[in-house]
Write a protein that binds this ligand. Sequence first.
Ligand code: VGL
Length: 202
Amino acid sequence: MARALFIIDVQNDFTEGGALAVEGGAALAGRISRFLTEHPNVYDCVFASRDWHDADSADANGGHFAAAGDEPDYVDTWPEHCVAGTPGAAYHEDLRTRAVDFHVLKGQGVPAYSIFEGRGEGGESVESLLDENGITDVDVVGIATDHCVFASARDALEHGREVRIITDLIVGVAPEPSRQALSELARRGADLVLSSHVDADL
Ligand code: VGL
């Protein structure tokens, strides 16, 4: 058995002061960092994803950004966010990235909610990185419960991994969709656990 941690989209634009701020995002960055420090031996691999959209996309990254003059619906269309190379797309400064083995970028020119739609720095798919490292189990933390955390955990289940969502290390855009996302993931076989239940010296 080998276990990976997915840290989903802990980026400035998804935290307070960002273009698509999710409440609690900044504090979450610090909590994830503390968790990493306190659990140095639990994970064989740590993955961190970043939404990384094109600045000059002719079709607004596949319609992901609301067209100029249109209000975003906050379901399928969003304010402009996480444009590649901008401060908004950077990891939040409180996220401890030293422990990250694989930095995954997703969303270049397209909507991409799941980490599985992204690529590692060498262009590898997430699936191939999981396979190469023999990863059977995946824990998921990050932003946002009702969008990228949901899609990433769903795809990890679909790729045959045992999945745990660490429920005190995620934050969502909206409360009810976030609750629905977690119950749907549980229905599909994910375990919902608290960080205090993750064994520090596994
Ligand atoms: C996300 C909305 C739009 C996320 C990304 O990271 O959950 N949400 N793009």
